[in-house]
Design a protein around this ligand. Structure first.
Ligand SMILES: [Fe+2]
Ligand SMILES: [Fe+2]
Length: 227
């Protein structure tokens, strides 16, 4: 069974889309210059236990690396699919969201004094290569790549939200961080929906492609947590 058919994601796929309201998104706090001096966007908690500090560092390091890779996956797909205007427009829309995710993760990494992964350059090359190779296999394979990656990343963000419930601090940066991760998880799951709606599951060897890409993403997550 491919990971895309896990019960959690099937529930997601069956649920109505979120209704977008006029309320600003949590990530806007990092993109609005007026919030620059607010401790929720400029300071890090000093009262975390050492194990919790290590967990927060690992979480932000892997999230930043994941957003780097996601940007390069979509860049690689677009480099190949530029002439297919409908697909290129879909990919561009998802890439634009990944650009925002990365901009916010870069700010979070600095705010919380987290060392970026040493695999930064690897994430770029691997991401671009994965995007370009799957796009060369065709639109459906490019969408299958998106489906597999966003399945793992959506679940990863979801797991992180539960881990962050354990952080014993009342620092205002943590509730905002959780809101941002929840927003990004929902964006990633929308990318997953987009991929499925655009025939990811009609890709040649879909199950094999999903499991290979999904397994690769999980290995990359574990590596980037550590280094
Ligand atoms: Fe993202
Ligand atoms: Fe995404």
């Amino acid at each position: 069974m491919s990971s895309a058919s896990s019960p959690r994601l099937l529930r997601h796929l069956g649920r109505p889309r979120a209704i977008h309201t006029e309320r600003p998104l949590p990530s806007a706090a990092y993109l609005a210059p007026s919030r620059g001096a607010d401790p929720s966007v400029s300071a890090t908690p000093r009262d975390l236990q050492p194990s919790q500090r290590r967990a927060l560092d690992a979480a932000l390091r892997v999230d930043q690396a994941g957003e780097v890779a996601a940007n390069y996956i979509y860049q690689g797909q677009l480099a190949i699919m530029r002439r297919d205007r409908a697909t290129a427009s879909l990919i561009q829309d998802m890439w634009d969201q990944e650009k925002k995710h990365l901009a916010v993760m870069n700010k979070l990494q600095l705010q919380h004094h987290v060392r970026p992964t040493v695999l930064w350059e690897v994430a770029k090359v691997a991401g671009f290569g994965l995007g370009a190779v799957t796009a060369l296999m065709g639109k459906e394979a490019a969408m299958a790549c998106t489906e597999a990656v966003e399945t793992v990343i959506g679940e990863h963000y979801d797991d992180q939200l539960k881990e962050m419930d354990e952080l014993s601090t009342s620092h205002p940066s943590i509730p905002l961080l959780k809101d941002v991760i929840r927003e990004f998880r929902d964006d990633e799951l929308e990318h997953l929906d987009t991929a499925v709606e655009h025939d990811s599951q009609r890709a040649p060897a879909h199950a094999l492609l999903s499991s290979v890409i999904g397994a690769g993403c999980k290995v990359a997550i574990e590596l980037c947590k550590r280094v």
